[in-house]
Design a binder for this molecule. Structure first.
Ligand code: SF4
Length: 290
């Protein structure tokens, strides 16, 4: 619960505010970019109060998505419209779960609705309203964990839906020893006709991305759009394992077709075509080698 007494001085006057518990994960800025902004102190703040119903709903979505409950309202507003908005459809049968977890530093997770069983990519916070809505959408058959950092409430969600968790063996830790399927090696692994797991060592030794329908690539922390320029980048600052390996992994993605990049952290990105995405990837590889 955000505390009025800890309200950051940068917040503009009005009902929405950010308090001093903000960890600067940027989730609110992606959800409601006209309201939340980065501050010089390394946090978010309310730069402009919502002025329309749409902005108010987006701000309430940020409030419920915030991993540290650092966003509040005074007087208290009903957050139900923000709760009901998740999972939020991004495109076709791909949803963003919102409800991020502090243990994964506010990483995004995604639900893919499929006739053969839904896939959850990385773990959201196991908040009951979200789990109930995921149940309405058909539950979860597989939980694909892109890497060791964004596993959050994987155990609680596995208990709830009985799903099989998938994680590369190189990223298994004591907390994920019980995952039902451990990927091995560096070759792509077909999980179903429309699902391909592609190991991408670099950010961590066991990082893997998930390609869905040769259209959507769930990239964990391997590749994301920057908040600054909206373009795709890889981050050397958060490369925990091997930058040369991450470059090689990025080059290998040129062998695959996709138009969307859906990351754990940072912004989503959609290229106008597969060819345009390959041009973007070549630029990223060149930037990584520079
Ligand atoms: S979502 Fe919460 S923790 Fe993340 S930047 Fe916004 S206020 Fe801070």
């Amino acid at each position: 619960m955000a505390r009025t007494a800890a309200r950051l001085p940068e917040n503009v006057p009005g009902p929405f505010f950010v308090d001093d518990s903000c960890i600067d994960c940027a989730a609110c800025r992606h959800l409601a970019p006209t309201v939340f902004a980065p501050s010089a102190r390394g946090s978010s703040y309310v730069a402009r109060q919502p002025a329309s119903d749409e902005e108010r709903t987006r701000s309430l979505m940020a409030l419920v998505a915030c991993p540290t409950s650092s966003i509040g309202t005074e007087p208290k507003l009903d957050a139900a419209p923000g709760v009901r908005a998740f999972p939020e459809r991004i495109a076709e049968s791909v949803f963003s779960c919102g409800f991020t977890a502090e243990s994964s530093f506010g990483a995004w997770s995604y639900l893919v609705e499929r006739p053969d069983g839904n896939v959850l990519v990385d773990s959201p916070r196991a908040a009951e309203p979200l789990l109930a809505r995921m149940g309405d959408l058909g539950g979860v058959r597989w939980m694909f964990l892109t890497h060791r950092d964004d596993v959050a409430d994987h155990a609680a969600i596995q208990r709830r839906f009985g799903c099989k968790r998938i994680l590369h063996e190189r990223d298994v830790t004591s907390g994920t020893r019980a995952v039902e399927r451990k990927l091995t090696g560096d070759e792509p692994i077909a999980l179903a006709d429309d699902l391909l797991a592609i190991p991408v060592p670099g950010h961590t030794a066991g990082s893997a991305v998930l390609l869905y329908k040769e259209t959507f690539l769930f990239t964990g922390d391997h590749l994301m759009a920057s908040e600054d320029d909206g373009l795709l980048h890889a981050s050397r600052g958060v490369c925990w394992y091997s930058w040369p390996d991450q470059i090689r992994s990025m080059e290998r993605l040129l062998d695959f077709r996709f138009e969307w990049v859906l990351p754990g952290h940072g912004g989503r990105y959609r290229a106008p075509s597969v060819a345009a995405m390959k041009d973007d990837l070549r630029r990223v590889v060149a930037e990584m080698k520079a």
